[in-house]
Design a protein around this ligand. Sequence first.
Ligand code: CTP
Length: 220
Amino acid sequence: MKFVVTAGPTREYLDPVRFLSNPSTGKMGFAVARAAAMRGHEVALVAGPVTLKTPKGVRRIDVTSAREMLAAVERELSRQAPGAVFVSTAAVADWRPAKCAARKLKKGQMSDTLKLVRNPDILKTVARRAKHQAPARASTVFVGFAAETNDVIAEARRKCREKNLDMIVANDVTEKGSGFGVDTNRVTFVRKDGSVERLPLMTKLAVARRIVRECEDLRP
Ligand code: CTP
């Protein structure tokens, strides 16, 4: 199967030396890419700015901003044969500065408020588009992540429905051993059919293997 995976944060620059971002390190997405390659799948990994090594057998496309990430994902998905899998682990910045200055802004030039505009929702955009395509393309499997601090399952169900996904991998980032930068994760699979499967605390690679198996089963 063909896997397209996003990983890491995005950066939204307001001038050449300043940006908005988040603490994502890309570990979960790189683990998914590695696990898929280990199962013999063809993998394109669209990565935001991270310091991780590219897993063996994985084709990596580096991007910086959410808009670049969307363009790369669209390009990769359109290159895939029908029946691809898209796993969206990236911590995409939901807003970007309305303007990005070509030169460093001096303190005197900056105001106390920053005007922001919404970034595209990458997962929602590509999942919506696939639904309206020919049946073969519509068979793409879409898996999202939901990092939450409260109402984890309810939020995951809402995102699964609103983004038109096959599954959401939900985790409570306030729990010990879960979240940004660590090598473990405790996740819950929330499927389109409403079923919920809570997994124990595992390494991110073990979680990734379970996700890849699940995608294999989800393929129509
Ligand atoms: N996502 C995306 N593009 C965005 C925001 C999110 O592709 N601009 C994807 C993430 O990669 C993840 C899923 O959507 O797979 C859920 O992301 P999350 O940040 O948990 O949710 P949001 O849609 O941003 O919703 P909210 O702010 O209400 O929590």
